[in-house]
Write a protein that binds this ligand. Structure first.
Ligand code: ARG
Length: 453
């Protein structure tokens, strides 16, 4: 029987299947977080005297058992359940009787799902931050290792100027770290506790919203109830915007790698474990993961635009459309975590191929340097030098020592002054900050889960 049933109103099977959709599967991700929200709510109901203390204690004790059992795989959400919230309440009533019926005092599944999704998201934003910083670190290690290994620098995918592997890896690491700014925005939006916003308009009971917020590790209690309700979709959007920026960067990294490992360029070689073969051409070693990174970034766009459309023009207060923001958020964030993890696995196994790089360092790459030489040594104006070199391109030669030339470019951000150590320190600082906030949050959760004795 549904949580909302009055006894004579069971839903048609087809309607049940359609309205639940795949929500039960996604609710399996939310279950541990919903249990935390339930414990915080039960404790608050007891502390404020809204329900008897003994009932609150019985509820908390049973919810802790449910959490252990869920972790041990002893129960889960099934297609026959309307959602995780109904499932948990049914289990409580089955086991506790009357006290089980008191947990839903002063709350709605609408503020429950908001809370569980926020907790899930905050946990996963920490995971994304962790992946970003570890990937940036391995990229920076590669940058340091090959800091002065030359590489043709391309614009328009035409050879332009000498660059370096240090610059290549360092630039991609920087792009990734920049995304933490967006992640921070998503975190701050998610860091407000929606419990107590009820169905969308608050409830007629003196709830202690700040106590719930504090117990769950949120920075602040809820805002105007309706604004909490209306923020479903908005917080998810901020999270997917941050993830989208990450995937966009990874897709560009992937495009570079695909080109660099191609037979045409061949500047990098991928370790054997990173490539896949062809069922027909025995010689092939394909960079599938990098092609799929582009594919996944494109697929992600579908999720992201679906989410945007989901809340566009939606009237205030809960509407069931909002249920469908859940798979978009969970799939989008999960896809981002997987993409970051696979690139993290691949970066240390990328190896420069010196012969191919050497062969690609053709004289034309040094035309600009030759113009600068004329500026420096002969006091020529740059425009004059540009014309002179452009008319005598055949006279431009390749320097003997590529690494020396890369080192000579000493202004900030150039090949000789990439600031890799500073970037590594930045990555460590960001990693520490996010690990710290996760620890703080988890210690609150542990306090909710540990039994009184
Ligand atoms: N599964 C639902 C969701 O994700 C839970 C809230 C249901 N609320 C309702 N009024 N039917 O949105």
């Amino acid at each position: 029987m549904a949580i909302w049933s009055k006894g004579d109103d069971s839903t048609d099977a087809l309607v049940h299947a359609f309205t639940v959709g795949d929500d039960w599967l996604y609710d399996r991700h939310l279950a541990p977080y919903d249990l935390l929200g339930c414990i915080a709510h039960a404790q608050m109901l007891g502390a404020t005297g809204i329900i008897p203390t003994a009932d609150a204690q019985a509820l908390v004790a049973q919810l802790r058992i449910l959490k252990e059992e869920f972790d041990a795989g002893q129960w889960t959400v099934e297609a026959t359940d309307e959602d995780v919230h109904s499932r948990i309440e049914a289990l409580l009533i089955e086991r506790l009787g009357e006290p089980g019926k008191r947990l839903h005092t002063g709350r709605s599944r609408n503020d429950q799902v908001l809370t569980a999704s926020r907790l899930w998201l905050k946990d996963h934003l920490c995971t994304v931050a962790d992946h970003i910083t570890s990937l940036a670190q391995v990229m920076l290690e590669q940058a340091q290792k090959h800091e002065f290994v030359p590489l043709p620098g391309y614009t328009h995918l035409q050879r332009g100027m000498p660059a370096s592997l240090g610059m290549f890896f360092g630039a991609h690491a920087t792009a990734l770290l920049d995304n933490v700014v967006l992640l921070e925005g998503a975190w701050r939006l998610a860091d407000r506790c929606p419990l107590g916003s009820g169905a969308s308009y608050g409830v007629g009971l003196p709830l202690d919203r700040d106590a719930c917020a504090q117990a769950l590790g949120f920075a602040e209690g809820g805002a105007i109830a309706l604004s909490d309700a209306n923020s479903r979709g908005k917080v998810e959007t901020a999270a997917l915007d941050a993830c989208g920026a990450v995937l966009n960067d990874l897709s560009r990294f992937a495009a570079d790698v695909i080109f660099f490992v191609s037979a045409e360029a061949g500047f990098l070689r991928l370790g054997k474990g990173l490539t896949t073969g062809s069922s027909i051409m025995p010689q092939k070693r394909n960079p599938d993961i990098f092609e799929l990174l582009r594919g996944r970034a494109a697929r992600f766009l579908g999720l992201r635009s679906g989410l945007y459309a989901m809340t566009l023009g939606l009237h205030s207060g809960y509407s069931r459309d909002l249920q469908d923001t859940k798979p978009l958020l969970i799939d989008g964030v999960t896809l981002t975590e997987q993409a970051l993890a696979v690139v993290h696995r691949s970066v240390p196994d990328m190896h420069p191929v010196p012969d191919r790089i050497e062969a690609a360092l053709t004289p034309d790459l040094y035309a600009t340097d030759e113009a600068y030489r004329l500026v420096r040594e002969q006091g020529m104006s740059f425009r004059e030098a540009y014309i002179q070199v452009g008319r005598n391109l055949d006279a431009v030669t390749v320097p003997k020592d590529h690494a020396a030339l890369l080192r000579e470019r000493s202004h900030a951000g150039s090949t000789g002054c990439l600031g890799l150590q500073r970037l590594l320190t930045q990555a460590h600082t960001i990693a520490y900050d996010w690990q710290h906030r996760r620890q703080q949050m988890h210690s609150r959760w542990q306090a909710l889960l540990k039994s009184a004795e």
